[in-house]
Design a protein around this ligand. Sequence first.
Ligand code: PSU
Ligand code: MN
Length: 319
Amino acid sequence: MRTRTTLTERLALSSEVSAALAEGRPVVALESTLISHGLPYPQNIEVAKASEAAVRAAGAIPATIAINAGRLLVGLDDADLTALATAPAGSVRKAARPSLAAALASGNWAATTVSATMIAAHAAGIAVFATGGIGGVHHGALAGAGPAPQPTFDISSDLEELGRTPVAVVCAGPKAILDVPATLEYLETRGVPVVAVGQADLPGFYARSAGIAAPESVPDLDAAADLVAAQLGLGIGNGILICVPVPEADALPGEVARTVGERAIAEATQERVAGPELTPWLLARIAVLTDGASIRANTALIVNDAGFAGALAVLLAAR
Ligand code: PSU
Ligand code: MN
């Protein structure tokens, strides 16, 4: 009896993704936790399809990644996307590096977070990945807050993954629900370049600015491609985080993003929400507190990131 199945053997590439990679054409990985846990139906399926369309419009092939039947699927079809988007709440696992094996062993559908998506993308040979936001250092991770005086150590495995897996991750910056300065320090310690595009300020996910300077900034897409090529060319192992601000028309004012973020965190602490449930809980609570405006910002920034990543992959493939 076979007792071991390697990561490579677990990969199941769609024929389109497989052909594109074999021919050296640009491919962009997309994650699936934002479909199953990050956004409500029907916005989740709309954004999943719009992200794929944005990657195609830029001239690249989208590869949405998820888990089913013990395989890491790289490239989902419409039926797969619908299955993930319409699954009853709680029925789809959230697979990160620490929960990847359990998700594969379960045999069921699981969605991949940034960390698990990076693992699959890298194993498949995909160097560019677009998402909305990465996980980070949560408030209270390092110092106790409110009624929880002990540090929680809730630091997303996304940050470790960026430190060890050579993939360029395009996002809209760390969310206001995170301890943003601590998240930047952690990424620095792990050797991850954090790059703002088109501005000196770090993009703030729902807001154009997180209110602090980005460690690195480039003026435009071309300069971002130069930096990604330089980073990945070094072969020193870690990834790179490219932060593209949310489109102006759908952004929340920085003050609003911070205020609702703080309120949602205070409520989560009071309700003792912790662990992998915390990020989805905060996102859903912020949607209520902003009367849906956060959902509009979230969908706009995800699709915008996908288009940027498509264009980035096209430039990198041409080198
Ligand atoms: N940011 C979003 N929506 C999301 C996520 C992040 O705006 O759905 C997901 C991503 O998949 C990310 C994960 O990798 O949440 C981080 O979860 P945690 O904080 O539990 O590590
Ligand atoms: Mn966590």
